[in-house]
Design a protein around this ligand. Sequence first.
Ligand SMILES: [Zn+2]
Length: 258
Amino acid sequence: MKISKIILYNEPSVPEINIKRTEKFLLETFEVETQIRENIFKKLDKKTYEKIASTKIFNLKKPFQKYIPAIEDILIESRNKDMSNKEEMTLYDGIELNKIITELIPKQESTQDTLNIIFTNKLTCTFNENDFRYHARSWVGSNPTIISTTGMIEGPAKPKQYYMDLMTSFSKESIEEVKKKYKGEFLEYKDIRLAEIIEGYLLQAIFYYETGDAFCDNNQCRLFNAHWQKDLFNTQIENKKMCGKHENILTKMKNNIS
Ligand SMILES: [Zn+2]
């Protein structure tokens, strides 16, 4: 493998990541050294918080335009935000954010054989030139890779009927009822299933870094690019396996056979 060491930067506001369990999963799957670090966004200088705030997106239908943050924006960045509060939901350009994180990685760890994985609750998005709009992403970049827990919750679509039921609910009570009806069918904040879902995204990100290919067409494989929440549960929780082809690639990868 290209990688001989994986460094995980934790997101303490999302304990469901279960960083120790995640570390164990990586160790068992790839047999490489792993290390856990604190939140990468903690205790940065004002200039860096300003840079991070400048990657915020305000118009989903326009390519990235650097935002000029106000003092308040910079202050918000220095706090640990609760992204499950919809009013605070902020969208970031994942590619731009990745560039800033790259500068935060210590020089001696910015090497090809050290993979830096940054967990965050920030909602990372990338602009798609085909439909000309931003989309939420669960992970962005290669090394460093950003893994966004909010991206996993907000990215893959919920059942169509759920949205339709919501649209025809006109009172607070009926909205709550719809939410209750579909409970369990998609990821929510504080969802304990996040840890298992994360494993699948880690596999994709590491396969991408190692082989240049992240996804599998087989909807029973953990590398399947799930566009629906139900596909996430199927691939990462119920089935929880890679397909034969990818198991093979993994074995070769670990034994350094190309
Ligand atoms: Zn596969």
